[in-house]
Design a protein around this ligand. Structure first.
Ligand SMILES: Nc1ncnc2c1ncn2[C@@H]1O[C@H](COP(=O)(O)OP(=O)(O)O)[C@@H](O)[C@H]1O
Ligand SMILES: [Mg+2]
Length: 302
């Protein structure tokens, strides 16, 4: 098959692993830096151009869109979708996953258990909000990532002043979430790597100091973990709700069962090193089974 990996970092571990496994399995694979693509829109052909070349005849694209270029990356993915090219992650699903408010609404709609979450744009609501959620409280920026943009406020005063500071830069108010603090598993969470309808690998991440965030980017450390059947079911339900076939679902083990924190559309491959599981080949295998072979003709539509 002819596969394009959309990645701005050809040297990234995940990109290199995907290339390696795709080649091992006999595919023709190219890494396309989507930041350097340009898009042509006319009534006949929604083309993607790259270094002067029109990209065509791919059987599948594998988007690895970074958080700092979601909009442009998704526009490039959408352009391929308009051509009828199969993608391992739909542009709309990536966009939804990147907005924590939108994602929380979708997870709630599909009955996926999450920490209790409230959104308001008025600090005058703070007493009411804290009355519902309690203290300490988690405050999250909707587009934060790697643990940056998540705050733990212990007191009403701290919560109120943090919110007031954020609202200064957030007139429309959709960017800030208040969330119940899951203290039973503070400093740890679980990453379930989903491919298709399976959890193919799982690790627990734990902060090594007193940080309540377990992100590897905050110094957290991953270890192999065995998920319960309920945890696997929850992860798969969250992936389905978000419409992502390849994703990393983050869960917390709470007193009332597994709760979904977020669903990552371009999960890192550090989990391979922690678990010894070859996640890259599972993704390539999934593409082989699901992407229809290209018939040589331009596919315009959708
Ligand atoms: N409601 C919560 N209760 C306890 N810890 C939390 C909560 N939300 C997030 N955390 C901790 O903070 C980390 C980062 O939060 P997350 O929502 O995943 O944002 P990011 O996108 O920045 O990773 C989580 O991995 C977890 O360790
Ligand atoms: Mg996270």
């Amino acid at each position: 098959m002819k596969i394009a990996i959309l990645s701005n970092g050809p040297g990234n571990y995940s990109t290199k692993r995907l290339v390696e496994e795709a080649e091992k399995r006999g595919h023709e694979v190219r890494v396309i830096k989507y930041k350097n693509c340009y898009l042509a829109l006319d009534d006949k052909h929604p083309d993607v151009l790259y270094e002067g070349e029109k990209l065509k005849n791919f059987d599948a694209i594998l988007p690895r869109i970074s958080n700092n270029m979601t909009r442009y990356g998704c526009a490039v993915v959408r352009q391929f979708e308009m051509q009828g090219v199969w993608t391992s992650a739909a542009s709309v699903a990536i966009t939804r996953a990147r907005d924590k408010l939108r994602a929380a609404q979708i997870l709630a709609k599909y009955d996926v258990d999450t920490p209790k979450t409230l959104v308001s744009r008025n600090t005058s609501d703070i007493d009411d909000l804290l009355g519902q959620i309690g203290l300490p409280v988690i405050i999250k920026l909707a587009t934060g990532t790697h643990g940056n943009g998540v705050i733990l406020a212990d007191t009403r005063k701290a919560a109120k002043s943090a919110l007031q500071a954020f609202y200064l830069y957030n007139e429309d108010g959709t960017n800030i979430l208040l969330q119940e603090f899951i203290k039973e598993s503070a400093g740890t969470d679980i990453r379930a790597f989903v491919v298709g309808n399976k959890v193919v690998a799982a690790m627990q991440r734990a902060s090594l100091d007193d940080d309540f965030r377990s992100n590897l980017h905050q110094g957290g450390q991953g270890t192999l973990v065995k998920l319960t059947a309920e945890e696997k079911r929850t992860a798969l339900k969250a992936a389905r709700a978000m419409g992502l076939h390849v994703c990393g679902v983050d869960l917390m083990r709470s007193a009332r069962g597994p709760l979904v924190l977020e669903v990552n559309a371009s999960p890192g491959f550090g989990i391979e090193k922690v678990t010894g599981i070859d996640v890259a080949s599972k993704i390539i295998e999934y593409i082989e089974l699901n992407a229809p072979r290209h018939n040589g003709k331009d596919r315009v539509g959708a």
